[in-house]
Design a protein around this ligand. Sequence first.
Ligand SMILES: O=C(O)C(=O)Cc1ccccc1
Length: 311
Amino acid sequence: MSKVLFLGPVGTYSHQAVIQQFPDEELIPAASIPECFERLVSSTEMDYAVVPLENSTNGQVVFTYDLFRDFMELDQNPRLEVVGEQYVDIAHCLISPVKLSVDQLKNVDVVYSHPQVWGQVKDYLTSFDKKYGKTSKIDCSSTSGAVERCLNEYEASGKITLAIGSRVSASLHKGTIVDSDINDIKGNTTRFLVLKRRDGFNKIASQSLPPNGDETKVNFVTFVINQDNPGSLISVLNVLREQDLNMCSISSRPFHNHTQSERKWQYCFFIEFYDKSDIDYELLIESFDQHCERWIHWGRFYRNALYYQIS
Ligand SMILES: O=C(O)C(=O)Cc1ccccc1
């Protein structure tokens, strides 16, 4: 049986993603996204990890992007590869420890959740604060961890706070749902990546989980360029055009080159592009070597059919 790390505790959206991917394996809750990366790389006991990457409402889960960046910066041969992806519909609920009257709601001054949530319920919380009074938003390591903290605080001190998480997290932690489906944008979906320890290093990560009906494969690459060379980013993207490779995502995160740490406004780029049967990977490696200060090919994995879900 494989051991699979996920952002816990049980009831997180990551928990749902890992159940979708590995319904019959041993699921191991981690306290944070960095812990998922670190335990997978450092412990031969662990086989996979499932981490949130981006959300359809408010984009990057920056903690995960920054971990890919840092692993690339610290280790030219990071022992990790991306072998799959999952998609989870996000349906946030406002959760309390007990059933609350309107007056009790007016006395609540704290709401707990994962930082990624605030951008997904901004309008909802603005109108909530107008109706019931200003609340402080407190970050927790996960949505279900936020619900757990809300219930534990009530048990320990009787203080009534609120949390935002899934309906499952309310059930598992015996919370009460005050309001449901509170996302500002319907069809809110989070994309997760499935990580595997990379045994030995090859410039092109080759393993992937079996296809799920969609035979399209996606390549995931991070790179940094010499930003003082005009056209350096175009030169890298031209590598894809020259081989008629279709890019399906591009994003960036701040990058602090360890040799120029005092320099600001440098970027690490993240691109994904679709596979083709006739990719000349030797040429791709040569071109990335030529135009990038450093780069890592994290994986070639099958596109999950849920990617195409329209709402
Ligand atoms: O905290 C969770 O439930 C997670 O899995 C991270 C997350 C948080 C908010 C939306 C999607 C995933």
